[in-house]
Write a protein that binds this ligand. Structure first.
Ligand code: BG6
Length: 488
């Protein structure tokens, strides 16, 4: 493993505390961090190295998946952490930073391989990238990488502007755009599920698949993010990125062992084949909703427009369901239904592949009570794969009965998305990061939806918190003779 310096902007923030430090620590405990590793935390707060290390330690106690039995390990890990006060707009702070990094590299005798991780609001990306460039921080004789988190823009134009500015300082293959859904263990397994199982590979097309359902439901509401969420809604917060990424990862066709650029190339092909929507037709395939007061697991919750910080007349979407069509050789005619919402009945993230039912031709009328074969890929709350098949039930006169073959991997302690992603970024493996082409094409695809929402061309359906969303979302599938699986 190559030695590395991680330069973390936003080191005092919430994401760093909840996700980044615990992820690094778990990698360290699994011997997946380079032995010579240094992290320079940056923030506006006047912390010292010691107070920074104490904060990191606390975050590990609060949020790490695992704790070390040996206290010496924790100590060794924390020794890699240094802190420097930095005002993002102040050029001289970057000079100070450069000196600190060089000093650490010299102390540790490591080459200047630097990963700049921007755990800050997107409004700061441009300034930081330009200052990294101007200060010479990124022009040392090693490699440099930039890790950023969504949102990548607010619409197609702003995403293009941002990308243009970032690309002045970093080449595309130096930019690692995190979409944490791509780090989820089950999403990472999708690729190999197809590649290593000829049975599945043979069925992965419109001859055998009736429809695909991708759900990411949450029970939480807007939480403390009213200012952000009321401007983005479910369409920008989840759909444009996470949901379309899940669609790409499900629909890619990967005949051989694939290198990163092959996976990304194939994902791009899926986006290219995605049938575009026209603004005036959005209402026929997209349902938008907003939660009202209701109750979740027996606990009453308020409606979206009563949430602190949300305008009472807000028309923002907290739910979206859509029917998408991929117009290519493999998927033509197979609807992909996607939905995501806040304040839903349960937290569940899953992909359901419903297979076609050839029994209609082969069974007599009295025998046609069989269920379709389903392949269910669960990401949350549990991770695993289930296959629903039919058998005859000897106890009930040989009636057909669906049984579930459970392919739950049995690993209780999965690495978290951020562990996978940080590990890959450190190793220069970009397979599970969003390429600019994917980001741009996703924005282009959702653009007519954004416009239709903006111009109120699509009704905003209320739904009670704690339900499966507006009934119109069920009707969307019913039009095609289907229903959402596993809604309770
Ligand atoms: C984030 C969104 O990207 O994903 C949040 O901004 C959402 O609004 C979260 O709650 C969901 O992630 P997960 O991993 O809990 O499904």
């Amino acid at each position: 493993m190559e030695p590395i310096t991680i330069v973390l902007f936003g080191a005092t923030g919430d994401l760093a505390k909840r996700k980044i430090y615990p992820a690094l620590y778990n990698l360290f405990l699994d011997n997946k961090l380079p032995r010579s590793f240094s992290l320079i935390g940056l923030g506006r707060r006047e912390w010292t190295d010691a107070s920074f290390q104490a904060n990191v330690e606390q975050s590990l106690r609060d949020f790490s998946r695992r704790q070390a039995n040996d206290p010496a390990l924790l100590k060794e890990f924390l020794q890699a952490f240094r802190y420097s006060v930095l005002d993002i707009g102040q050029k001289k702070d970057y000079q100070k930073l450069l000196l600190l990094i060089e000093q650490r590299e010299e102390q540790l005798r490591i080459p200047p391989n630097r990963m700049f991780y921007l755990s800050v609001g997107p409004e700061f990306f441009e300034t930081i990238a330009a200052n990294i460039q101007d200060s010479g921080l990124g022009s040392a004789n090693g490699w440099k990488r930039l890790v950023i988190e969504k949102p990548f823009g607010h619409d197609l134009q702003s995403a293009r502007d941002l990308n243009q500015k970032l690309s002045n300082a970093f080449a595309e293959d130096e930019i690692y755009r995190i979409d944490h859904y791509l780090g989820k263990p089950m999403v990472q397994r999708l690729e190999s599920l197809q590649q290593t199982n000829p049975v599945i590979q043979a069925l992965w097309n419109n001859r055998h698949i009736a429809n695909v359902q991708i759900t990411a439901n949450e029970t939480v509401g807007v939480e403390e993010r009213a200012g952000y969420y009321d401007h983005v809604g479910a369409i920008r917060d989840m759909f444009q990125n996470h949901m379309l990424q899940l669609l790409m990862m499900t629909a890619i066709q990967l005949p051989q062992k694939s290198a990163s650029d092959k996976v990304r190339f194939k994902k791009k092909q899926v986006m290219e084949a995605l049938e575009p929507l026209q603004k005036q037709d959005v209402g026929a395939s997209v349902i938008r909703g907003q939660y009202e007061a209701g109750s979740i697991q027996g606990k009453p919750v308020i409606g979206y427009t009563s949430e602190p910080g949300i305008a009472p007349a807000s028309k923002n979407d907290t739910f979206i369901a859509a029917r998408l069509q991929i117009d290519d050789y493999f998927w033509r005619g197979v609807p992909f239904y996607i939905r995501t919402g806040k304040r839903m009945k349960e937290k569940s993230t899953r992909i359901v592949i419903e297979f076609k039912d050839p029994s209609k031709q082969t069974l007599s009328a009295s025998e046609d009570l069989i269920a379709p074969n389903l392949l269910v890929i669960e990401m949350s709350p549990h991770e695993g794969i289930t296959l629903q098949i039919n058998t005859k039930d000897p106890q009930h006169k040989g009636e057909f009965k669906p049984i579930h073959i459970d392919l739950h991997p049995g690993e209780k302690d999965f690495p978290e998305a951020y562990e996978n992603l940080i590990h890959d970024a450190m190793h220069g493996d970009a397979t599970f990061f969003a390429h600019w082409d994917e980001v741009e094409m996703s924005w282009a695809w959702v653009e007519p939806i954004l416009e239709a929402f903006e111009e109120n061309l699509v009704p905003l359906h209320p739904y009670a918190a704690g339900t499966n969303g507006p009934v119109e979302s069920d009707a969307l599938l019913a039009q095609d003779g289907y229903h959402w699986w596993f809604d309770t």
